[in-house]
Design a protein around this ligand. Structure first.
Ligand code: PBG
Length: 312
């Protein structure tokens, strides 16, 4: 009876599963701070993608960990880079699975920042336009390898417009863009940086990620990304920013994604391990809250489990 008048229902189609693929591995490697999450080899990730699809998920979000890092992030846009290889492998085995790729340079940069940096004594600066050029090259190389949608997570100004223009000019007008439009400088990304091997070697990301005290600024950022051609806009992290999610969804009516990030995942896992929350009940409550607040899609490390739970 209660189900009859329930306003919000979850389905496997609501969730996107993030997957980490490493060029350095033959066998999966667990991420200590994120129980249940692994770095995978190319071969394993194809099996994992197929499993995700069999479970009822429609999309995966790929992060690459290259063998080699440098100060131009050359692995990010290499024709035979780790993500490019992975895309071709997944597309040949699971052509209907929607592939989304993280477009960022931090995993490929020796210093771990999301862009080209200029260092001057104790100060460093991330150079916006030089970075956008490399992001465009990265997005184009993913498109050439068959990606369905690119997801720039770097937060440089003007990158959505530049990527859209380059994709169209390159004949990839069908390739979508999911923009990390409102991405806050957050304490909740710690475990991800272990998973993606991308912690900044100096400084932090506050010069290019948003101040979590600002909501109106977030709306302005989202408006700009939509104007520049984003197909889906994302709010990140999720639960501490549920007000932003609601406002973005209400104001723009665009497909809205939310990223339930690594620190949010690790907290519930740790609490569940201690026996202080029921993992499944807590996760279903959080995901329902995010959908109720306006999320059209939710990126979560629980996507696989959720696909099962929502069917039971
Ligand atoms: C960076 C990127 C980050 C995440 C996704 N893309 C980390 C960061 O900005 O430091 C975080 C995801 C998570 O914490 O789960 N390109």
């Amino acid at each position: 009876m209660r189900n009859l008048v329930r306003e919000t229902h979850l389905s496997g189609h609501d969730f996107i599963l993030p997957l980490f693929v490493s060029e350095k591995l033959e066998q999966r490697r667990p991420i200590a701070s994120m129980p249940g999450v692994f770095q995978l080899s190319v071969k394993e990730i194809v099996d994992e993608a197929r499993r995700a699809q069999d479970l009822g998920l429609q999309a995966v979000l790929l992060f690459g960990i290259p063998e080699h890092k440098d100060e131009q992030a050359s692995g990010a846009y290499a024709e035979n880079g780790i993500v490019q290889k992975t895309l071709r492998a997944i597309k040949s085995k699971c052509p209907d699975l929607v592939t989304i790729t993280d477009v960022c340079l931090c995993e490929y940069m020796s210093h771990g920042h999301c862009g080209v940096t200029h260092i001057d004594g104790d100060h460093f600066q991330v150079l916006n336009d030089e970075t956008v050029e490399l992001l465009v090259k990265t997005a184009l190389s993913h498109a050439a390898a068959g990606v369905d949608m690119v997801a720039p997570s770097d937060m440089m100004d003007g990158r959505i417009g530049a990527i859209r223009e380059a994709l169209d000019a390159g004949g990839f007008d069908q390739t979508g863009i999911m923009s990390y439009a409102a991405k806050f400088a957050s304490a909740f990304y710690g475990p991800f940086r272990e998973a993606a091997e991308s912690p900044p070697q100096f400084g932090d990301r506050r010069s290019y990620q948003m101040d979590y005290a600002n909501a109106d600024e977030a709306l302005r950022e989202v408006a700009l990304d939509i104007e520049e051609g984003a197909d889906i806009v994302m709010v990140k992290p999720a639960l501490p920013y549920i007000d932003i999610l609601w406002r973005v969804h209400e104001r723009f009516g665009k497909p809205t994604a939310v990223y339930h990030v690594s620190g949010e995942y690790a907290m519930i896992k740790a609490a569940a391990e201690k026996g202080v929350v029921d993992e499944r009940a807590a996760v279903l409550e959080i995901m329902t809250a995010l959908k109720r607040a306006g999320a059209d899609v939710i990126i979560t490390y629980w996507a696989r489990e959720l696909a099962k739970w929502v069917r039971e």
